[in-house]
Design a binder for this molecule. Sequence first.
Ligand code: MG
Length: 328
Amino acid sequence: MLARYAGVTDPGRRRRRNEDAYVAEPPLFAIADGMGGAQAGEVASGLAAAVLEEATGEERGEARVAALIQEANRRVFQRSNEDAATSGMGTTMTVALVDNSDGTIAFGHVGDSRAYRIRGGALEQLTDDHSLVGELVRSGRLSPEEAETHPQRSVITRALGTEADVDVDTFTAEAEPDDIYLLCSDGLTDMISTREILSVVEASPDLDEAARHLIEAANAGGGEDNITVVLFQIDRAEGNADAGETARLPAAVSEPADEQAEDEDTLSPLDAVPAVDTAVIPSEAVREQLQEVEVQQSATPPRRILPLVVLILLLVALVALAVWGLTR
Ligand code: MG
């Protein structure tokens, strides 16, 4: 059922090092976006990816994916405790495990890297971002548009390697013929819109080209962070191979860079907001921040109203004084 796959990573245009890592070893695919001072980010994502490449296990599906991510967490946490140079390092991790026997894909996820599915010409985000802005959007306090330019959008609420245990999101997707799955780091999604991701993939003749064009588009959009994409595709429907190939080619193929220039939605916020390094803050701290936001929001209206009331009272007093002066 698994047909093709591709994986590409690129340092981007602003970072000297690449702290992203990926695994593309069917049926297992994964992406890790490391963080930490000096070279620690590379150590964290590299260690986590190595755990997946080595791993053998009896479990299947979500249990296997969760066990792999827990093992990766233990390995990164242990190393950061033993080696002062890597203290405090961490990494995101998004894993997909394809089960060819029953046509399902098990996903496991920690952090703000993402998994998407392209099906029937639409792109759907499968993972929830474990980030401050992700929590604010899910609770209705921030719009998705505001989240894209929020100064704290790189603050994540869960990471591998920062604590002895990690809470892993897992879920299973039913694969359908022609599905394309994309795992990517925030270096892609912070630089180009989901609309552009979809159009780049749909305009590419194969997954290798699609991966390459996504990296080019993210670099054209600023390349502020390391960019990594892993793509895999489910087999075409029986007897539909030729039709499928033709259908995937658009009438006019435009270069990603041109699309970027036309796409003001993705360009303008990036010009205005400087790159922010990834940081992880624990969920308790996020809850405190959320409470602060609530307190500020509830405190705002009276503050705005108060000067107006004072102004009106002053005006009334002045008019009264004038009337009193005239009638005297
Ligand atoms: Mg990143």
